[in-house]
Design a protein around this ligand. Structure first.
Ligand SMILES: [Zn+2]
Length: 329
Protein backbone atom coordinates (compact mmCIF):
# COMPACT_ATOMS: atom_id res chain seq x y z
CA UNK A 1 0.00 0.00 0.00
CA UNK A 2 2.91 2.30 0.74
CA UNK A 3 4.36 1.63 -2.68
CA UNK A 4 0.97 2.28 -4.24
CA UNK A 5 0.77 5.62 -2.47
CA UNK A 6 4.27 6.50 -3.69
CA UNK A 7 3.22 5.69 -7.23
CA UNK A 8 0.00 7.71 -6.90
CA UNK A 9 2.00 10.76 -5.82
CA UNK A 10 4.13 10.43 -8.93
CA UNK A 11 7.43 10.20 -7.07
CA UNK A 12 10.54 9.23 -9.01
CA UNK A 13 12.86 6.55 -7.66
CA UNK A 14 15.49 9.10 -6.53
CA UNK A 15 13.02 11.64 -5.03
CA UNK A 16 12.92 12.15 -1.27
CA UNK A 17 9.89 10.66 0.47
CA UNK A 18 7.37 13.14 1.95
CA UNK A 19 7.34 13.23 5.75
CA UNK A 20 4.03 11.34 6.20
CA UNK A 21 5.16 8.52 3.91
CA UNK A 22 8.59 8.38 5.51
CA UNK A 23 7.04 8.07 8.99
CA UNK A 24 4.65 5.36 7.76
CA UNK A 25 7.56 3.47 6.16
CA UNK A 26 9.68 3.64 9.33
CA UNK A 27 6.69 2.56 11.41
CA UNK A 28 6.09 -0.41 9.09
CA UNK A 29 9.77 -1.42 9.25
CA UNK A 30 9.72 -1.38 13.04
CA UNK A 31 6.49 -3.42 13.17
CA UNK A 32 7.56 -6.07 10.70
CA UNK A 33 9.96 -7.57 13.27
CA UNK A 34 7.00 -8.42 15.49
CA UNK A 35 5.00 -10.19 12.75
CA UNK A 36 6.01 -13.63 14.02
CA UNK A 37 4.75 -12.71 17.47
CA UNK A 38 1.12 -12.33 16.34
CA UNK A 39 -1.33 -13.95 18.72
CA UNK A 40 -4.36 -16.06 17.77
CA UNK A 41 -6.89 -13.30 18.66
CA UNK A 42 -4.91 -10.83 16.53
CA UNK A 43 -4.93 -13.21 13.56
CA UNK A 44 -8.66 -13.81 14.01
CA UNK A 45 -9.26 -10.07 14.15
CA UNK A 46 -7.30 -9.57 10.96
CA UNK A 47 -9.24 -12.37 9.27
CA UNK A 48 -12.57 -10.80 10.22
CA UNK A 49 -11.34 -7.43 8.98
CA UNK A 50 -10.39 -8.79 5.57
CA UNK A 51 -13.59 -10.81 5.22
CA UNK A 52 -15.57 -7.65 5.98
CA UNK A 53 -13.57 -5.59 3.49
CA UNK A 54 -13.94 -8.21 0.76
CA UNK A 55 -17.67 -8.67 1.35
CA UNK A 56 -18.29 -4.92 1.38
CA UNK A 57 -16.46 -4.41 -1.88
CA UNK A 58 -18.80 -6.76 -3.76
CA UNK A 59 -21.94 -7.36 -1.66
CA UNK A 60 -22.44 -3.83 -0.37
CA UNK A 61 -26.04 -3.71 -1.64
CA UNK A 62 -26.99 -6.98 0.09
CA UNK A 63 -25.36 -5.95 3.39
CA UNK A 64 -27.27 -2.62 3.32
CA UNK A 65 -30.56 -4.41 2.73
CA UNK A 66 -29.95 -6.87 5.58
CA UNK A 67 -28.90 -4.05 7.95
CA UNK A 68 -32.21 -2.34 7.22
CA UNK A 69 -33.88 -5.70 7.92
CA UNK A 70 -35.12 -5.97 4.37
CA UNK A 71 -34.91 -9.04 2.19
CA UNK A 72 -32.29 -8.89 -0.52
CA UNK A 73 -33.19 -8.29 -4.16
CA UNK A 74 -34.16 -11.24 -6.30
CA UNK A 75 -31.54 -10.41 -8.92
CA UNK A 76 -28.75 -10.72 -6.34
CA UNK A 77 -26.24 -13.56 -6.77
CA UNK A 78 -26.77 -14.41 -3.09
CA UNK A 79 -30.56 -14.64 -3.24
CA UNK A 80 -30.64 -18.45 -3.37
CA UNK A 81 -28.27 -18.68 -0.37
CA UNK A 82 -30.70 -16.82 1.90
CA UNK A 83 -27.84 -14.92 3.58
CA UNK A 84 -27.93 -13.20 6.97
CA UNK A 85 -25.57 -11.08 9.05
CA UNK A 86 -23.76 -12.71 11.98
CA UNK A 87 -22.73 -11.09 15.27
CA UNK A 88 -19.72 -9.46 13.55
CA UNK A 89 -21.87 -7.99 10.80
CA UNK A 90 -20.50 -10.44 8.22
CA UNK A 91 -22.55 -12.14 5.54
CA UNK A 92 -23.14 -15.83 6.26
CA UNK A 93 -25.11 -18.62 4.63
CA UNK A 94 -28.28 -19.57 6.51
CA UNK A 95 -28.12 -23.14 5.20
CA UNK A 96 -30.21 -26.05 6.40
CA UNK A 97 -28.17 -27.12 9.41
CA UNK A 98 -29.77 -24.86 12.02
CA UNK A 99 -30.85 -27.81 14.15
CA UNK A 100 -27.59 -29.73 13.87
CA UNK A 101 -25.03 -29.98 16.65
CA UNK A 102 -22.32 -28.27 14.66
CA UNK A 103 -20.79 -25.05 15.93
CA UNK A 104 -22.21 -21.72 14.74
CA UNK A 105 -19.21 -21.25 12.41
CA UNK A 106 -19.78 -24.63 10.78
CA UNK A 107 -23.51 -24.06 10.39
CA UNK A 108 -23.16 -20.58 8.94
CA UNK A 109 -20.25 -20.24 6.56
CA UNK A 110 -18.83 -16.84 5.66
CA UNK A 111 -19.72 -15.85 2.13
CA UNK A 112 -16.84 -14.71 -0.05
CA UNK A 113 -16.98 -13.43 -3.63
CA UNK A 114 -15.03 -15.37 -6.23
CA UNK A 115 -12.02 -13.84 -7.96
CA UNK A 116 -11.19 -11.32 -5.20
CA UNK A 117 -7.60 -11.06 -3.97
CA UNK A 118 -8.42 -12.20 -0.42
CA UNK A 119 -10.40 -15.18 -1.74
CA UNK A 120 -7.52 -16.19 -4.01
CA UNK A 121 -5.07 -15.97 -1.10
CA UNK A 122 -7.38 -18.13 1.02
CA UNK A 123 -7.60 -20.74 -1.75
CA UNK A 124 -3.80 -20.77 -2.09
CA UNK A 125 -3.46 -21.20 1.68
CA UNK A 126 -6.02 -24.06 1.74
CA UNK A 127 -4.24 -25.71 -1.19
CA UNK A 128 -0.93 -25.62 0.72
CA UNK A 129 -2.67 -26.91 3.85
CA UNK A 130 -3.91 -30.00 1.98
CA UNK A 131 -0.37 -30.56 0.66
CA UNK A 132 -1.10 -29.57 -2.93
CA UNK A 133 -3.94 -32.03 -3.35
CA UNK A 134 -6.53 -31.43 -6.03
CA UNK A 135 -9.68 -29.36 -6.38
CA UNK A 136 -11.93 -31.58 -4.25
CA UNK A 137 -9.59 -31.61 -1.23
CA UNK A 138 -8.95 -27.86 -1.41
CA UNK A 139 -12.68 -27.19 -1.67
CA UNK A 140 -13.44 -29.48 1.29
CA UNK A 141 -10.86 -27.64 3.41
CA UNK A 142 -12.28 -24.23 2.42
CA UNK A 143 -15.87 -25.26 3.09
CA UNK A 144 -15.10 -25.82 6.75
CA UNK A 145 -15.29 -22.04 7.16
CA UNK A 146 -16.08 -20.26 3.90
CA UNK A 147 -18.69 -20.33 1.19
CA UNK A 148 -17.10 -19.00 -1.99
CA UNK A 149 -19.41 -18.19 -4.88
CA UNK A 150 -18.60 -20.25 -7.98
CA UNK A 151 -16.02 -21.93 -5.76
CA UNK A 152 -15.10 -24.89 -7.97
CA UNK A 153 -14.35 -22.68 -10.95
CA UNK A 154 -12.35 -20.29 -8.77
CA UNK A 155 -10.35 -23.05 -7.07
CA UNK A 156 -9.66 -24.66 -10.44
CA UNK A 157 -8.23 -21.43 -11.87
CA UNK A 158 -6.04 -20.83 -8.78
CA UNK A 159 -4.69 -24.41 -8.77
CA UNK A 160 -3.95 -24.12 -12.46
CA UNK A 161 -1.41 -21.41 -11.61
CA UNK A 162 0.24 -23.24 -8.69
CA UNK A 163 3.93 -23.42 -9.66
CA UNK A 164 4.68 -26.54 -7.59
CA UNK A 165 1.75 -28.49 -9.08
CA UNK A 166 2.67 -27.22 -12.54
CA UNK A 167 6.19 -28.64 -12.15
CA UNK A 168 4.91 -32.04 -11.08
CA UNK A 169 2.13 -32.30 -13.64
CA UNK A 170 4.17 -31.08 -16.59
CA UNK A 171 4.51 -33.40 -19.55
CA UNK A 172 7.97 -34.02 -20.97
CA UNK A 173 8.80 -32.21 -24.18
CA UNK A 174 7.84 -33.96 -27.36
CA UNK A 175 10.39 -34.75 -30.00
CA UNK A 176 9.83 -35.52 -33.62
CA UNK A 177 10.63 -39.18 -34.18
CA UNK A 178 13.30 -39.81 -36.79
CA UNK A 179 12.56 -42.22 -39.67
CA UNK A 180 13.68 -45.82 -39.20
CA UNK A 181 17.06 -46.71 -40.74
CA UNK A 182 17.22 -48.79 -43.93
CA UNK A 183 18.22 -51.90 -41.95
CA UNK A 184 14.92 -51.78 -40.10
CA UNK A 185 12.60 -51.20 -43.02
CA UNK A 186 13.90 -52.99 -46.12
CA UNK A 187 12.91 -56.62 -46.02
CA UNK A 188 15.75 -58.89 -47.12
CA UNK A 189 16.13 -62.44 -45.93
CA UNK A 190 15.11 -62.95 -42.32
CA UNK A 191 18.01 -62.44 -39.92
CA UNK A 192 20.18 -60.85 -42.64
CA UNK A 193 20.35 -57.85 -40.36
CA UNK A 194 19.89 -58.77 -36.76
CA UNK A 195 20.69 -57.80 -33.20
CA UNK A 196 22.03 -59.89 -30.38
CA UNK A 197 21.66 -59.52 -26.68
CA UNK A 198 21.76 -61.54 -23.50
CA UNK A 199 18.94 -62.24 -21.08
CA UNK A 200 18.94 -64.12 -17.86
CA UNK A 201 20.33 -65.71 -15.90
CA UNK A 202 18.40 -68.96 -15.90
CA UNK A 203 19.42 -72.06 -13.96
CA UNK A 204 20.22 -75.37 -15.63
CA UNK A 205 20.79 -78.79 -14.11
CA UNK A 206 24.27 -80.25 -14.25
CA UNK A 207 25.73 -83.51 -12.99
CA UNK A 208 26.98 -81.79 -9.88
CA UNK A 209 23.88 -79.65 -9.19
CA UNK A 210 22.85 -76.47 -10.97
CA UNK A 211 24.59 -73.54 -12.61
CA UNK A 212 23.75 -70.24 -14.21
CA UNK A 213 23.21 -69.96 -17.93
CA UNK A 214 22.22 -67.11 -20.22
CA UNK A 215 19.75 -66.83 -23.07
CA UNK A 216 21.25 -65.41 -26.24
CA UNK A 217 18.55 -63.57 -28.18
CA UNK A 218 18.93 -62.96 -31.89
CA UNK A 219 16.34 -60.56 -33.31
CA UNK A 220 15.74 -59.83 -36.97
CA UNK A 221 15.79 -56.05 -37.48
CA UNK A 222 13.14 -56.02 -40.22
CA UNK A 223 10.72 -58.82 -39.39
CA UNK A 224 11.14 -58.97 -35.59
CA UNK A 225 11.64 -62.72 -35.73
CA UNK A 226 13.41 -64.18 -32.72
CA UNK A 227 15.91 -66.98 -32.35
CA UNK A 228 16.89 -68.15 -28.88
CA UNK A 229 20.01 -70.02 -27.85
CA UNK A 230 21.55 -70.93 -24.52
CA UNK A 231 25.05 -69.94 -23.50
CA UNK A 232 26.19 -72.14 -20.66
CA UNK A 233 28.81 -69.76 -19.35
CA UNK A 234 30.33 -66.38 -20.02
CA UNK A 235 33.43 -67.33 -21.98
CA UNK A 236 34.00 -66.18 -25.54
CA UNK A 237 34.15 -69.77 -26.76
CA UNK A 238 30.78 -70.49 -25.25
CA UNK A 239 29.23 -67.51 -26.99
CA UNK A 240 30.59 -68.73 -30.32
CA UNK A 241 28.80 -72.06 -29.98
CA UNK A 242 25.24 -70.62 -29.88
CA UNK A 243 26.31 -68.11 -32.51
CA UNK A 244 27.46 -70.89 -34.83
CA UNK A 245 24.23 -72.80 -34.15
CA UNK A 246 22.28 -69.68 -35.05
CA UNK A 247 24.22 -69.18 -38.31
CA UNK A 248 23.81 -72.85 -39.23
CA UNK A 249 20.07 -72.76 -38.62
CA UNK A 250 19.16 -69.32 -40.02
CA UNK A 251 21.92 -68.62 -42.53
CA UNK A 252 24.77 -66.15 -42.49
CA UNK A 253 23.85 -62.65 -41.45
CA UNK A 254 25.33 -59.49 -42.88
CA UNK A 255 25.05 -56.99 -40.07
CA UNK A 256 24.80 -57.55 -36.36
CA UNK A 257 23.83 -54.84 -33.92
CA UNK A 258 24.63 -55.16 -30.28
CA UNK A 259 24.81 -53.26 -27.10
CA UNK A 260 28.15 -51.72 -26.23
CA UNK A 261 29.95 -53.08 -23.18
CA UNK A 262 30.31 -49.58 -21.75
CA UNK A 263 26.61 -48.90 -21.98
CA UNK A 264 25.63 -51.63 -19.53
CA UNK A 265 24.94 -50.34 -16.11
CA UNK A 266 26.92 -51.45 -13.08
CA UNK A 267 24.18 -53.79 -11.91
CA UNK A 268 24.66 -55.78 -15.05
CA UNK A 269 28.31 -56.57 -14.43
CA UNK A 270 28.09 -60.14 -15.61
CA UNK A 271 26.79 -59.18 -19.04
CA UNK A 272 29.52 -56.56 -19.25
CA UNK A 273 32.03 -59.31 -18.79
CA UNK A 274 30.47 -61.30 -21.61
CA UNK A 275 30.72 -58.42 -24.07
CA UNK A 276 34.23 -57.43 -23.12
CA UNK A 277 35.28 -61.00 -23.82
CA UNK A 278 33.38 -61.16 -27.09
CA UNK A 279 35.19 -58.12 -28.41
CA UNK A 280 38.50 -59.99 -28.13
CA UNK A 281 40.40 -61.18 -31.14
CA UNK A 282 39.02 -64.71 -31.55
CA UNK A 283 35.46 -63.59 -32.18
CA UNK A 284 36.49 -60.65 -34.35
CA UNK A 285 38.48 -63.02 -36.50
CA UNK A 286 35.43 -65.24 -37.02
CA UNK A 287 33.35 -62.24 -38.07
CA UNK A 288 36.09 -61.03 -40.40
CA UNK A 289 36.28 -64.40 -42.15
CA UNK A 290 32.52 -64.47 -42.69
CA UNK A 291 32.35 -60.77 -43.56
CA UNK A 292 29.86 -59.98 -40.88
CA UNK A 293 29.72 -56.34 -39.84
CA UNK A 294 29.22 -55.94 -36.12
CA UNK A 295 27.89 -52.54 -35.18
CA UNK A 296 28.16 -51.46 -31.57
CA UNK A 297 25.80 -48.77 -30.47
CA UNK A 298 27.08 -45.59 -28.85
CA UNK A 299 28.23 -46.11 -25.26
CA UNK A 300 25.75 -44.99 -22.60
CA UNK A 301 22.94 -44.67 -25.16
CA UNK A 302 20.89 -47.77 -24.43
CA UNK A 303 17.82 -46.32 -26.19
CA UNK A 304 19.61 -46.95 -29.44
CA UNK A 305 19.07 -50.63 -28.86
CA UNK A 306 15.34 -50.27 -28.36
CA UNK A 307 14.29 -52.73 -31.03
CA UNK A 308 16.08 -55.71 -29.46
CA UNK A 309 15.71 -54.62 -25.84
CA UNK A 310 11.95 -54.80 -26.38
CA UNK A 311 12.33 -58.37 -27.55
CA UNK A 312 14.47 -59.17 -24.50
CA UNK A 313 11.57 -58.01 -22.38
CA UNK A 314 9.09 -60.08 -24.37
CA UNK A 315 11.22 -63.17 -23.76
CA UNK A 316 12.19 -62.49 -20.17
CA UNK A 317 8.76 -61.65 -18.77
CA UNK A 318 6.94 -64.91 -19.66
CA UNK A 319 10.03 -66.98 -18.85
CA UNK A 320 10.31 -65.40 -15.41
CA UNK A 321 6.63 -66.08 -14.74
CA UNK A 322 6.84 -69.70 -15.82
CA UNK A 323 10.30 -70.71 -14.62
CA UNK A 324 10.78 -68.66 -11.46
CA UNK A 325 13.96 -70.12 -9.93
CA UNK A 326 13.41 -73.65 -11.17
CA UNK A 327 16.22 -75.59 -12.86
CA UNK A 328 16.07 -76.61 -16.50
CA UNK A 329 17.35 -79.82 -17.97
ZN1 LIG B 1 -0.05 -26.92 -5.83
Amino acid sequence: MLLQETWQKGLQWDDNLPKDLKDAWENWCSEIEHLSELTAPEIEKAELYWIKQTQQSIFNREIDSLKREKSIEKDSKLYSLNPKLDENGLLVVTGRLQFSEFSQKEKHLWILPNGEKFTILLIQYAHKKVLHFGIASTLAHLREKYFITKSRKNVKSVLKNCIICKKFNAFPGKQEIAPLPKDRTVEFLTFLTCAVDFAGPIYIKTRTGSEKAYIVIFTCAATRAIHLEVATNLSTETFLLPFKRFISRRGLCKTIYSDNAKSFIKANKILNEVWSRISKSKVQQYFFENKIIWKFIIPRASWWGGFWERMVRSVKTPLKKILGRSCLN
